[in-house]
Design a protein around this ligand. Structure first.
Ligand code: ADP
Length: 171
């Protein structure tokens, strides 16, 4: 079992499930969500609409359509409001919920983006600490089918930050 932090484009990941940084309405947004909807193609919007809304901290699963992954897991993270609105709890829940859904669907591999750190404004360092802790604990304690968790960072800066947090967490 392993956690792999990589720099790249989430939509090209050859994994069982790709996680979308979704909005509560599960509609096509900007950022990584926009890239996922573009790459998935026709059918995704309809399947998402059937499952909306999804509150922050939860996730919904759809097919991957034209993506290389079998499933898409739409996780809704918190909007950053300065840290006074339980954002860390909601972010941890979004990761955990996604992992549970993937596990329940017998996924062996899953790839996450840095949920909430773009349009939703969550500071990257703090988000990485929350996310990596949840992923590590899940693999150690709970996972039945998931063997590899990828976190895919789009920018070099984010990649460095997540690498550092991972090193720190394992010290
Ligand atoms: P949110 O609304 O949850 O903040 P965003 O999509 O705005 O979601 O941003 C989440 C993170 O995804 C940001 O760090 C952004 O740089 C990153 N991102 C954007 N496009 C991609 C992509 N194609 N692959 C991986 N990460 C991406």
């Amino acid at each position: 079992m392993a956690i792999e932090i990589i720099k790249g484009d989430l939509v090209t990941m050859q994994v069982d499930a790709i996680v979308n940084a979704a909005n509560e309405q599960l509609t096509e947004g900007g950022g990584v969500c926009g890239a996922i909807f573009q790459a998935a193609g026709e059918g995704l919007a309809e399947e998402c609409a059937e499952q909306a809304p999804c509150p922050p901290g939860e996730a919904r699963i759809t097919h991957g359509f034209d993506l290389p992954s079998k499933f898409l897991i739409h996780a809704v993270g918190p909007v950053w409001e300065g840290g006074r609105s339980h954002e860390a709890t909601v972010l941890a829940d979004a990761y955990r919920y996604s992992l549970l859904v993937a596990d329940a669907n017998h996924c062996k591999s899953i790839a996450f983006p840095a949920i909430s750190t773009g349009i939703y404004g969550y500071p990257s360092v703090m988000a990485s600490e929350v996310a990596l802790k949840v992923c590590k604990q899940f693999l150690q304690r709970q996972s039945e089918s998931i063997e590899t968790i990828y976190v895919v960072l789009f920018s070099e800066d984010d990649y460095q930050i997540w690498q550092e947090s991972w090193t720190h967490l394992n010290r």
